[in-house]
Structure formats: C-alpha cells, structure tokens
Design a binder for this molecule. Structure first.
Ligand code: NDP
Ligand SMILES: N[C@@H](CC=O)C(=O)O
Length: 337
C-alpha cells in the first residue's frame, strides 16, 4: 500500500463534500493501492462548526502543511489567494486538483505550463461532477470541433426555472444561495461572468489553448424581467443563459448571453439548477451531456473523480490547439433576449 499525502484548501460547500467522499470511498482508494492521509485542511476559521462525516478533519489556518503533501485540492475560490497557494505546489512538481474556474480563466498564463505537464486537474471547474473536461480532452479529440453550446451556470438555471413558476428573482436567487449553488459573490453568476469563466476553460481545452478570457462576450440574466420569462413560456419557449463557442472568419469566438430556446431543445430540458452541453464535431456529430452543475456533493464528485484519475495514472487534461474549421452559427434560430 502506497501512502498519498493530501492537503486541502477550503472546506465550504465543495470542500465538505470532498471530505465526505474521501471518507466514504476509502475502500476504493485502498483497492487502488493507496492509503490516503489528509495532512491538513486550510480554512479561515478553524473553530466554525462543519457538518462532515470525515473523522477529526485536521482544520488549520496556516498553510505550512502544504509543503508536506503530494496532492493539493483547491476548493477555496477567489483568484490571487488560491494562485499564491497552488503555484508553489505546482512548481515543486506536485499535483493540483481545483474546482476554481475563476482562477483558471483569469490566471492561465501562470497555470498553463502545468496543464501542459498534466499536473493540473480541473473536471469540477466546469459543470461540477458532470463529465465534460474528461471527454473533451479524451475521446472527443478524434473529431474536428465545429461548435459548442451549453448551460454552464446552475444558479441562473435555477433562477430562470423558478421565475417560470412565478417566483420573484430575488427570492429565487436567495434559494440558489441557500442550496450552495451560488458563488460567494453572486454577481459572478447572474452577471454571466461565472459562465464566461467556464466557457474560457472549455475554449482553451478543446478549441484554442490561448483563448483570452477578455474575448468572451458576456451578458447575464440580471436584467431579464419576469414578463419576458412568462411571455417565452406562452410561446412554448424558455429563456436560458447560454455559453457558445463557434467559428467565424477563421477564428474561434465565445459568447455568453440569455437566449430564447424552443421547449424541446435538448439543453432547454435541463432541470432546475442543472447544466447541459451540446458539442458538435465533424466526425462525432452532436454529443449531448447533462447533469448537476452546482452544489456540494456533485462538485465534490468531480474533484474526487480527478483524484481517482490521478491514482490510476491518468494525466490532467492537456490543452491542444485545433484550427477553427467550418464557419458555424448554431444559434441562428436561438435569438438573444
Ligand atoms: N458551490 C458550487 O456549486 C461550486 C463551486 N465551485 C468552486 O469551488 C470553489 C469553492 O466553492 P464553495 O465551496 O462553494 O465556497 P465556500 O465559500 O462555501 O467555501 C470556501 C472555503 O474556503 C475557505 N476560505 C475562503 N477564503 C479563505 C482564506 N483567505 N484563507 C483560508 N481559507 C479560506 C473558507 O473558510 P471558512 O469555512 O473558514 O469560511 C471555506 O471553507 C470555488 O472556486 C467555486 O467557484 C465549482 C463548482 C461548483
Ligand atoms: N455558482 C456556480 C457553481 C458551480 O460552478 C453555478 O451556479 O453554476
């Protein structure tokens, strides 16, 4: 049995879920030949009560234990602070698993070299535990990508679904926060920026490794009136916040915007709080993936899935450049709201 020393940064909605899975799945890690040792869990307030089944989780407020681990799991959030914590670990040759799409999108210059070496794992950063990074960096690479369209933010999908049921925007946002879906700053969700972070991660992974976050055109749902949501329903349509990547003039483009979707559109059927993605590839055709996109347990399952991949000898996803091919606008018939 090989000992694997783990250090975790953050123990909130996602971190608590990670601790639970690490405890519940310990037989699986042993079956893979690993004895996992949790050396520390960095938090702001170690005395705060936390609901986790992990016995005696070593909660600390000092980062020194990170020098003594093999794998760092970052589920804290933010941009500069987590980057300052994970970069030394990556530079020391350690593996980093993160759910932090804001850090990935905004500080790619520093992180990309470690994505290239396969030290950086980030399945949970996009669509939580619903697998998209894994297939896009694996089996779907055999196809020339044409376009991608997706619901990438669980909070917005929850809010819009609840507004369809007549609930007020503020009440629906409060519920999404209570469910653990929203970011610490919910402006990131409703303003479309969280979806833009995730779209950037996807764009770099499957289309252009250097796609700039600043090039994503972003609109959110914070100005969508209840009337518009109702009117769409009356016409057998739904308003959803859609992220899209497509080719135009020989270049990849990325856009986040609220759009009108026919009720029977595959991604319009994603239930309250869930995410969905359609990927169009020349050879594979249309591939549809849907599932939980926010919340503690499902996101934690993506994080621990990365750990299991690492333990099985699978490297983190490597970004590869693919030429923008056939000009495509899969949204011709999905008007912006
Ligand atoms: N919630 C979700 O559905 C999803 C979240 N993510 C990403 O996962 C990450 C974590 O999200 P989530 O769990 O919801 O966030 P939470 O706000 O619930 O948890 C954040 C954790 O980080 C700790 N923390 C925050 N700042 C500091 C600091 N300066 N020093 C030490 N510890 C700190 C907090 O400590 P304390 O507990 O003491 O306050 C807390 O344990 C984010 O990057 C988010 O974008 C990704 C996919 C889905
Ligand atoms: N705030 C995010 C959480 C997961 O990434 C969302 O609502 O989708």
């Amino acid at each position: 049995m090989q000992t694997l020393r783990i250090g975790m940064i953050g123990c909130g909605t996602v971190g608590t879920g990670v601790l639970d899975i690490l405890h519940r799945q310990r037989a699986q890690f042993e079956a893979l030949g690993f004895d996992l040792q949790l050396k520390g869990v960095l938090v702001r307030d170690a005395s705060k009560p936390r609901e986790t089944c992990f016995p005696n989780a070593p909660l600390v407020t000092e980062k020194d234990f990170l020098n003594e681990v093999d794998v760092v799991i970052e589920v804290m959030g933010g941009v500069q602070r987590p980057l300052d914590l994970v970069l030394p670990a990556l530079q020391a040759g350690k593996v980093v698993i993160t759910a932090n799409k804001a850090m990935l999108a905004e500080r790619w210059t520093e992180l990309k070299p470690f994505a290239k070496t396969g030290q950086l794992y980030y399945e949970a950063a996009v669509m939580a535990g619903t697998p998209v990074i894994d297939p896009l960096s694996g089996i779907l690479r055999s196809s020339q990508p044409i376009a991608l369209q997706a619901i990438l933010n669980g909070t917005c999908n929850y809010i819009l679904t609840q507004m369809e049921k007549g609930k007020d925007y503020q009440q629906a946002l409060k519920e999404a926060q209570d469910l653990g879906y929203a970011e610490a700053d919910p402006t990131l969700d409703v303003g479309g920026f969280d979806a833009a972070h995730k779209l950037t991660v996807l764009a770099r992974l499957a289309f252009d490794p250097d796609f700039p976050y600043a090039d994503v055109s972003v609109r959110g749902i914070d100005t969508i009136p209840q009337d518009a949501v109702r009117k769409a329903l009356d016409n057998d349509q739904r308003i959803r916040l859609i992220g899209s990547i497509y080719a135009e003039g020989g270049q990849w483009k990325a856009k986040v915007a609220p759009r009108l979707l026919p009720m029977d559109h595959p991604i319009a059927r994603a239930a309250s709080g869930r995410n969905a993605m359609v990927f169009f590839g020349d050879e594979c055709g249309e591939i549809f993936v849907a599932g939980g996109g926010a919340g503690g347990a499902v996101t934690a399952s993506g994080v621990v899935g990365d750990l299991i991949n690492y333990l099985q000898g699978i490297l983190g996803p490597k970004p590869i450049a693919l030429k923008a091919g056939t000009p495509s606008d899969p949204f011709e018939d999905l008007p912006e709201v």
